[in-house]
Each structure stands twice: as C-alpha cells, then as structure tokens.
Design a protein around this ligand. Structure first.
Ligand code: GUN
Ligand code: FE
Length: 439
C-alpha cells in the first residue's frame, strides 16, 4: 500500500481524508473501561479509524501527521435530543413544569419560525454554536414549519456536522398559531418535506417527529406510522417525562397499556425504524420491556429533567439492563449546549437519585457518563463514538493547559476534570467529523 494520494480516491474529488493525529488519545473501550494512550497515533483512512497505536505501524508511515502536542484527543459527542428553535430562550423561564412551560414559553417561540427572516437569523446562530461545540452528531427537533425546517437542514449541512432533523407534527391540544390544520394537512406537509430532503444531503437526514402523544391525533399517528414503513425512516419523540403528561396520555388514549404503547399501537415505537424516545423518567416495568423488545433508544436529558422539575431517570437501571441509551441536552429544557456539561449533569443527578430515592441503583461513574455521550448515543449513527478500528472518525482536540494546577495530573484525570470544568467552547481547538476537519 502507498499513500501518495492520501485522501484522494480514483475519479472523485477528495471527500474523505486519510491522516494521523498525534496526542493523548482517550476513548471508551466499554462502559467501564476508559482507554488512554499517551502521545499515541490515531490513524484515519478514508474517514474511518484504523485504531490507536503507541508506535506508528510501518504501513502508515506515509500518511500526513498532525501533532497536537500535549492536547487531549477525544471522540466526538452525540447529542441525542435537542430542539433547535428553542436555542433562543435557553436559560429563560425555567420556573415552570413541562406542560405550562410549553404553553408559556415554547409554543410562542416556535411559532416565530413561520417567518423565514427570523428562522434564518436564529438557526444561523444555533448552527454556528453547534459547530463550535463538542457535538459532532445530533438528533434535532425543528418546528412544524416546512420551509424553516428545510432552511435549518441547509444550514446544518454546510457545517459538516452529521445530523437527523425532524419537521415536527402537531395537530391537537396546542394554540391555533402552532397547530397544523389537521392530520391530513400535517401528513401532506411531511410528505412534501420528505421529498425535498430525503437523500438530498451528505450530512443531514430527515427523521419523523411526532412531538408527543398529547399533540398528535390518532389519525396523525396512524398516517405517520404508514409513512415510516413506506419511506423506511427513523423516528423520535418524547416519553414519560412528567407525571401530569403521563396522566394526560392515559386520558387521551384510554386503550393504551402504557405511554409507550400509545406509540407502539401505531407502529411508531421502534418496530419499523430506529427510534429515539427522550426522557423515560417514569417508565413502568411494562414500558421498559417494550423499549427493550423494540430496541428503542432512550435519550437521557438530565439538565432538562432538573430545570423542568420533571424528575430523575433511572439511567443506571437502563444501562445495566443493556438498553440503548445516550445523552441529550434537550435545549431549551436544558440550558447548556455542552455535552461535557451534559455528562457531568448525568453523573450528578444519578447521585441525587441514589441518595434520595433508590439505593438499589448506584450512581454513574465518569467512565459511564463518557461512554453514554460517545458510544452510547453515537451508535444511533452506526459505528460512531469510538476510536476502535472500523469506526467513523469523529474527534475533538481539547487544550486544557489553561487549567492551573500545583501538581501534575494524569491524562485520565485531565479528562475527568474536563467533564466538569469545560467551558462551552473555549478550549476546544479542533474538531473532525467522519474524517473531515471542521476546524
Ligand atoms: N414534550 C413535548 N414537547 C417538548 C419539548 O419541546 N421539550 C420537552 N422537554 N418536552 C417536550
Ligand atoms: Fe425535548
């Protein structure tokens, strides 16, 4: 093998890169094991990791090396649940519970995205900040508005981040200004949007997004279930986040055996495509079994669950049971875009849950938190979130040298501390997504 044309493929312009990154390379080998290679080599060929080495194997000697010195090289992070239009009011109005918060702050803000001028400005800020954050992959809610959702997808595509984006469906139980005209109208718009976006981007894909059971009629759910089968689409929604919400779903769907069943009934609970359910704070044993059987992803959103006084999801239980779990910021339920902060929050709330509610499930460790944000959520995108051979190469370059400390720290200690002390953007100095350097 030789690499004179590293990064180039016969007959195509350069898309995927081949190179080597040198530095202190860290990633999760498993939930429990955090691998550290000091001054190691991370080899990338055509956007795919070939593994991490202490000494560079001969066969890779011709590849260009970027030496990041004493910096940390970490896998990119996946935000499994985030609302792009809510970025404008993050950190505001955090004194209400879910249903009132939606009515008071969320729905009025989301209605602004019928104006393309506003959408362009607001989504421009969101996409730029997301690009500069620790997030390399994200699964995103937009609003009900087709043109603004398409605009968001155009803007995200240009960042190089890999994302799924959903045009939201809602046809009941919300103010006129944000309610689609009926199930038929909502489905028509969704079909148009799919035709405009499916297979049209390199980095950006559509995902079906019924907001949650209270705002989606049976007829709409039925139609979305059909669309999912027809187009082979993934789906995302909210599940068992708040006690009043759960009671409401019981009233709206008296036939359902649990909240999850109200999605499953329409085929929208993982049977017909990869599905993410955000929160799962109060999932019953029956609901957990359904999640397990159907392979549904749980997006654990610790800061949102705190800000909206929702509760604390038993994430350790989900992890130990082998369910698919990742982390979400749930902007603007959560105020912070940083996935490092999200990890620290997940660990913190797991300790409160253990102390105050249920000592049968131990708190999360730093290793487990890191795993959730990288491999856990990343797996929704395929082989993502690790530097093991065969994974798509998403990497962060972290310069933590500004943190003053009177004694030297090990590389592992530096990563652990960074989870807690990371600013949102400050010391992230480089980012690669699927082998493409974003900065
Ligand atoms: N449930 C339905 N919509 C929303 C939302 O926008 N945020 C959160 N956290 N929960 C929801
Ligand atoms: Fe949400």
């Amino acid at each position: 093998m030789h690499f004179c044309h590293a990064g180039r493929r016969e007959g195509s312009i350069m898309t995927k890169q081949s190179f080597i990154l040198k530095g202190n390379i860290c990633y999760s080998k498993s939930k429990e094991e955090f691998a550290v290679t000091e001054q190691g080599y991370l080899v990338c060929i055509d956007g795919i990791s070939q593994g991490v080495y202490e000494r560079l194997p001969e066969q890779y000697a011709g590849l260009p090396v970027t030496d990041y010195g004493d910096a940390l090289i970490l896998p990119g992070m996946t935000d499994l649940h985030i609302h792009a239009p809510q970025y404008t009011f993050r950190g505001l109005g955090m004194d209400l519970e879910l249903l009132e918060w939606l009515e008071t702050h969320t729905f009025p803000e989301e209605s602004r995205y019928q104006e393309m001028e506003y959408a362009k400005k607001a989504y421009g800020i969101f996409t730029e900040d997301l690009k500069n954050s620790a997030t390399t992959r994200a699964v995103i809610f937009a609003t009900i508005h087709r043109p603004a959702t398409k605009l968001l997808m155009d803007q995200l595509e240009a960042t190089g981040l890999k994302t799924y984006v959903g045009k939201v469906n809602m046809d009941r139980n919300c103010a006129d200004y944000l309610r689609e005209a009926g199930a038929g109208a909502s489905l028509e718009e969704t079909k148009k949007w799919l035709e405009e976006t499916m297979g049209r981007y390199q980095n950006t894909k559509p995902i079906l997004t019924p907001r949650f059971v209270p705002t989606c009629s049976d007829e709409l759910m039925e139609g979305l279930g059909q669309l999912q089968k027809q187009y082979q689409l993934p789906a995302q929604s909210h599940l068992s986040e708040n006690l009043s919400e759960i009671d409401w779903v019981k009233e709206l769907c008296p036939w359902s055996t649990c909240y999850g069943d109200a999605y499953d009934h329409f085929g929208l609970f993982g049977k017909n495509g990869n599905t993410i359910m955000a929160h799962c704070v109060y999932s019953s044993e029956e609901e957990i079994s359904l999640i397990e059987r159907n392979g549904v992803y749980i997006a654990h959103c610790p800061q949102s669950n705190t800000n909206l006084s929702s509760g604390i999801a038993p994430v350790r239980k989900y992890l130990d049971r082998g369910l698919k779990v990742g982390l979400g910021t749930d902007i603007a339920g959560g105020a912070n875009l940083s996935m490092f902060r999200c990890i620290a929050d997940a660990i913190a709330v797991s300790k409160l849950r253990w102390r105050l509610a249920d000592q049968s499930w131990k708190p999360l460790t730093a290793e487990e938190g890191f795993y959730l944000a990288t491999v856990g959520g990343g797996s929704f995108f395929g082989k993502v979130g690790s530097f093991e051979k065969g994974y798509e190469l998403d990497a962060l370059i972290v310069e933590d040298g500004h943190e003053r400390c009177a004694r030297p720290l090990t590389v592992k200690e530096r990563v652990e501390r960074y989870l807690y002390l990371a600013g949102e953007q400050g010391r992230l100095t480089g980012k690669y997504v699927a082998g493409q350097k974003l900065f």
